[in-house]
Write a protein that binds this ligand. Sequence first.
Ligand SMILES: Cc1ncc(COP(=O)(O)O)c(C=O)c1O
Length: 422
Amino acid sequence: MIGAWRHLLRALHLKTLSLWTPKTCFSLNVMGPLPEHYLTPTFSEKGLELHPVSHTRKVNAAAQRQLGLLWHTSSVFFHPLIHEYAEKLSALLPEPLKVVFLVNSGSEANDLAMLMARAHSDSTDIISFRGAYHGCSPYTLGLTNVGIYKMDLPHGMGCQPTMCPDIFRGPWGGSHCRDSPVQTIRKCSCAPGPTEGEGGTWDCCQAKDQYIEQFKDTLSTSVAKSIAGFFAEPIQGVNGVVQYPKGFLKEAFELVRERGGVCIADEVQTGFGRLGSHFWGFQTHDVLPDIVTMAKGIGNGFPMAAVVTTPEIAKSLTKHLLHFNTFGGNPMACAIGSAVLEVIKEENLQENSQEVGTYMLLKLAKLRDEFEIVGDVRGKGLMIGIEMVKDKNLLRCTRLSPSEKDVKACGDILPLNQTLNW
Ligand SMILES: Cc1ncc(COP(=O)(O)O)c(C=O)c1O
């Protein structure tokens, strides 16, 4: 384990204070003078992924400039910066995703998306994956299916978990399922599908078919005939960079729409070019959601978030609610958000994410091949996970028990979610 850990640090050009990484594990305590973009909580147990553009001067300058002009107007007062930002953001999304609601955190964005889904469908039930993290507000806690966030108080009514199609740890998975330069060590008899960029659909993945059966099972046993919607992160962040089989989301979205539900992509971790090949994670699954939620990277650490949806869904919401938000869309947030989008474009950070992320994934895959303890390396662009295991020859690898972990504070899945200008 220690050998693998040292190699990992060397591969990432990092030195730590000790092999026992810091208790809080927000960062690996990188020693010595830090390049400015290391000053971010990037190596994180929970995949905080706050800073796509690190401490870029342009973003700081935009914040300081706006601080000297006008900090705050609530969204009932129209300020040119809100319009400018909404235009810029919506231009990055395909039709008909053009109506932007600005709020302050990812949980708040998902709360609003839940309400929209229910208002539009006139139904209540919402499905999300086991292992999903969508927030910690009383409403979104129902969508979040991570054990440590569950509690014995009533919360999150009307939410139903479904099996996460985890192709490394779940019951099914093979050697071609993943949209990543690195596949699992599991073998399957499926033919390799079209490679990335070549287009075409993926309809020959047995693992995907099995997981879709499970999804159908949830639809037929655990929710009402009409449902409000389905939430999915394009890649699960907090659960350890878990990727689904190619084609799964496409089929699941069709099944949800057949039940009258809307499909929500939670891009809080995957958006803004992090996955390299595309700006939004949903694009990597070749699907078009009805609602997209975003936070974290949107403001490079400044508290802001957004929900983008279609005019029809926005209208359905307004039938039920006069949406108002004191801080959402304040001029500071809009100035910062605009600067973040400009930096991502000017510095080609999406392309950088693709190039550097692919390089890292391939290097890390070599560690997996060399060391028994490294069970899986996965991800896309600069959203990368490394899973430590007890015995990788077991089909369903056993995770390390706490006493066996050298990297105790980090747990056994190490997400590497770097700034995009790494
Ligand atoms: C995928 C995802 N959705 C939603 C949230 C909640 O965001 P916030 O902490 O800003 O409320 C998080 C936070 O980690 C997240 O990772």
